[in-house]
Structure formats: C-alpha cells, structure tokens
Design a protein around this ligand. Sequence first.
Ligand SMILES: C[S@@+](CC[C@H](N)C(=O)[O-])C[C@H]1O[C@@H](n2cnc3c(N)ncnc32)[C@H](O)[C@@H]1O
Length: 256
Amino acid sequence: MKIELPTAAEPVRIVQGESLAVLVDLPSEAFDLVLADPPYSSGGFTRGDKISGVRKKYQQTGTRREYPAFAGDTRDQRAYGYWSALWLAQCLRAARPGTICGVFADWRQLPVTVDAIQAGGWVYRGIVPWHKPGARPTQGRFTSSCEYLVWGTKGPRPLEGAPLPGFYSVGVKQADKHHLTGKPTELLRELVKIAPASGLVLDPFAGSFTSAVAAALEGRRCLAIECEAPYVAIGRQRVADALGLAEVPGYLAGDA
Ligand SMILES: C[S@@+](CC[C@H](N)C(=O)[O-])C[C@H]1O[C@@H](n2cnc3c(N)ncnc32)[C@H](O)[C@@H]1O
C-alpha cells in the first residue's frame, strides 16, 4: 500500500490496518518519535485469564461506559516478546537516526518489553514510570498505580535540548477515556513534544488515537495505525475535533 506521510496541511494520517503490514510499507528514516501502546496481553495470571475477553480483563467494575473490544491481546509472554521485536524492528527502520522510541508496558510485561526493544535493534535507555494518582488501593498489597514507558534510541542521540522528566504523574479522567485501555491526552501531549515542532510521530497501535489528538494539539504531525473499525471511527472524530475540521483528511483503509 502506498502511504503518503502527513504534511503541514494534513498533519494527521489515520491508517486502518494491521500494524506490521502497514509498517513495512513506510519509508525509511522518516519519523522523529515512535510512541507505541500495544495490546499488553496482560490482565491475568493464567493462560485462561489471558485469553478471556478484553472487556472482562480491563473494564473496571462499576464503569458505566461500554467500550468496543480490541484485537491482539491474547499472546503469552514469549509470543508477545517475539511479536514486539518484529514491529519494533520496522519502527526502527522508519525512524531517523537518534530518534526516541517509547513503548508502554504494565508491570507484567515490563521484562519482556525491555528484551523486545533491544531485540528490535533499539539502544535500550531505561524505564520511565507513569504514575496514576487515584489508582484503586489494594488491601494488604502494594497499590498498582504505575505503568511504564520503556524507552530506547535509534543509535546514539546527541546530549542536547531540554532534559525530559524522570517520571510522569497524570490521572485518568473518565471524560477523557475513549478506549478500554486509553491513555490520558495530557500524558500524550507531554510525550509528543519530544518530537521537534512539526516533527513526525509514529503510533503503530493507536486505539482511540490519543497520540494523534495530542500531536494535532501540540503542532506535531502523526501517522497512526489501528485495526479495529469502531476505534478508527472514534479516532477520526476525536482528531477532527482537535483540528477543528468536519473530517480528518487523508484517512486510509488498509488490509485489516
Ligand atoms: C492499548 S490500545 C491503544 C490505546 C491508545 N493509546 C489510546 O489512548 O486510545 C492498543 C490498540 O492496538 C490495536 N491493535 C492490536 N493489534 C493490532 C495490530 N496487529 N495492528 C493494528 N492495531 C492493533 C488494538 O485494537 C487496540 O486498540
């Protein structure tokens, strides 16, 4: 599939398709930042837990809004690691030298994600906690109030520019949640700013397209891929609202 990159006039390109199939068609050394929030394949201790539906795994008891289900969340850890190395290698090829790649992970998938970013060819640089104030406390146990951004660079990255934070603390607001496992817009607005002004962000697992919304709001460009049609529809509306347009130009239906 021929994929035109976002331009200043059309800063967001939404691609509906299977991520690996789309990534291999992207040009090399084109992107200034990769932000990936893959389906964690987490949410349980047993194989049975892992393959149960995403609504059962991730919808908190008492949540009133019903979210569409999504794909790709049933891999066991080894499959998750090997698969992650494949798409991370394609992201590496598509990134400019020195680019930062950040991959979200929960505590279960943290070790395998650290392996996968290295297997994908990135220089592994560290783990940035995302603290969620207001996370539900657990009696007699540590409260699970953090997720993590595992990060690496495409080769060396010059020591220049403003320092980036060592952690983020951003709560999840119900009104800002458009996906079962959606990330806060405020968090993504901070992260897309790692790309230079009008720089190009790649999100291979866009969900409700929070990264693309954040890029639109922060003057960055973004190419975002998602395979689930209901989430693409949600994303198209969110991005159109962020850009102040009736419709997002440059939407591409892939081969999902
Ligand atoms: C964790 S969610 C991303 C949430 C997003 N950060 C947000 O704020 O809404 C991961 C998304 O990846 C999508 N996905 C899973 N496997 C995929 C694949 N192979 N190709 C494209 N999208 C995929 C799922 O449908 C899901 O919506």
